[in-house]
Design a protein around this ligand. Structure first.
Ligand code: NAD
Length: 428
């Protein structure tokens, strides 16, 4: 099954559950706009190479299209469309004034020199410049892209706007140009990025976890946790969970995992990872495989590495009672059904990792208003958004006896219906 077919199956399943308006369903079955661009790049050896690039603008009823640009060898239109649809759902779950989009280039950036990467990114920026903008479509970094790459795209966009203005005998003031920073999020703090963005995804997931613990009436010390992945999302999450008193018994990275029934000291583990490059071989812990980590007996499993980790092959062996999906797409649809049957509650990615896109929205807002928020402000605003979203989804799942993913999709589709309805009313 392709990613987009999977996305559409989720849409139809939830549409029947909530009796979604037929027009809304029809509108959500296809993206608003698909840009497929040719990106010619002069390589260092003098040869011209053509890359395929995409930007899919799925839905903008809530606000400008929002979503990352990834550079990866397997990027294709089907995948970008699916990811753009999921961004529409994610923004609607969080209830932020942003729509869904996604972009990508079919390339392995590790095979490019730094200057080839720059030419590729600037050219892609030129190709999409007429169709993006702070109030139109706001890209961000994603898999194998970063703030430097996004800055090149942003500069292409600003150059395009300046040239267009010049043709019309007009020029922008420095303040107007500064506001154009909002065309991209995920910028370095000194280039207009938001404080707290680097920890936002884990922080959002942590707020959700803490609220769930409260609903379950448990103390953090009573709960054991396993985290797959020790990078930006997983490593920060490990720290937050450890500091709050949960017992982390297992974690892993690409080189393998570790387990200690008595609990891992995450502060010491960070030092070990810094000096050895991996969590493996941590003194006092037993080395385990990533497969063993996923099926470890714990209360809470947090996949924070890759997609498709819990599949039909291992779903029956999952012993965790709760799963918090910090990674995107770690559980396949078939596995979802098995987990639900076995009463494993899985908090879906569209909610669990929406802290990232929510703080990206804060970055955009700060740029447009020319403000700079403190990290505490950023996190308290994030909490105000993500906790009510979670409680409403939890309540929906309980009342309809469906899994939390369906509940999240249902809440998102309800919100999108309302936005559609308001648009239609305002037209008349
Ligand atoms: P990252 O590159 O910083 O970290 C990935 C971690 O996964 C690393 O520790 C790596 O060693 C580990 N890993 C790689 N292969 C593995 C394997 N086979 N088994 C176990 N661990 C493995 O990436 P990240 O930013 O932490 O992203 C992780 C996931 O979270 C991705 O699915 C990403 O899409 C999702 N996510 C991240 C953000 C964000 O803001 N960083 C936002 C939303 C979603």
């Amino acid at each position: 099954m392709t990613a987009f077919t999977n996305a559409m199956n989720q849409l139809h399943k939830t549409a029947s559950l909530i009796n979604l308006d037929a027009d809304v369903l029809k509108m959500l079955e296809t993206p608003d706009r698909v840009l497929q661009v040719k990106v010619p790049v002069k390589m260092d050896d003098g040869n011209l190479k053509i890359f395929e690039g995409y930007r899919v603008q799925y839905n903008n009823w809530a606000g400008p299209y929002k979503g990352g640009i990834r550079y990866f060898p397997s990027v294709d239109l089907d995948e970008v469309k699916a990811l753009a649809f999921w961004m529409t759902i994610k923004c609607a779950v969080a209830g932020i004034p942003m729509g869904g989009g996604k972009g990508g280039i079919t390339v392995n950036p590790k095979e490019l020199s730094h200057s080839e990467l720059e030419r590729l990114s600037r050219e892609f920026g030129r190709m999409v410049a007429p169709n993006i903008g702070p109030l139109v479509d706001v890209p961000a970094p994603d898999v194998y892209t970063n703030s430097e790459i996004m800055n090149w795209v942003k500069e292409s966009y600003i150059e395009f706007e300046k040239n267009k203005a010049q043709e019309n005998n007009f020029s922008f003031s420095p303040e107007q140009i500064k506001k154009m920073d909002a065309v991209i999020t995920g910028k370095a703090v000194e280039q207009g990025g938001s404080l707290g963005r680097d920890r936002a995804t884990a922080m959002g997931g942590f707020f959700v976890l803490e609220k769930m613990r409260e609903l379950l009436n448990k103390k953090s010390e009573e709960l054991t946790v396993a985290i797959q992945g020790f990078g930006n999302a997983g490593g920060v999450m490990a720290n937050l969970v450890f500091s709050a008193g949960y017992k982390i018994v297992a974690t892993s990275d690409s080189r393998g995992g570790i387990y200690n029934e008595a609990g891992l000291d995450v502060k010491a583990l960070e030092i070990h990872k810094q000096s050895t490059g991996s969590v493996a071989d941590f003194p006092g812990a037993k080395n385990i495989t990533n497969e063993e980590l996923l099926t470890t007996k714990v209360d809470i499993l947090i996949p924070a590495a890759l997609e498709n980790q819990i599949t039909i092959a291992n779903a029956e062996q999952i012993q965790a009672k709760y799963i918090l999906e910090l990674a995107n797409g770690p559980v396949t649809p078939e596995a979802d059904e098995i987990l639900f049957k076995n009463s494993v509650k899985s908090i879906p990615d569209v909610l669990a990792n929406s802290g990232g896109v929510t703080v990206s929205y804060f970055e955009w807002e700060q740029n447009l208003k020319n403000e700079k928020w403190l990290e505490e402000q950023v996190f308290s605003k994030l909490k105000e958004i993500i906790v009510p979203a979670f409680t409403s989804i939890w309540a929906f799942a309980e009342s309809k006896n469906v899994d939390l993913r369906q509940a999240a999709f249902a809440r998102a589709l309800e919100r999108l219906s309302m936005l559609w309805y308001n648009r239609e009313v305002s037209k008349n």
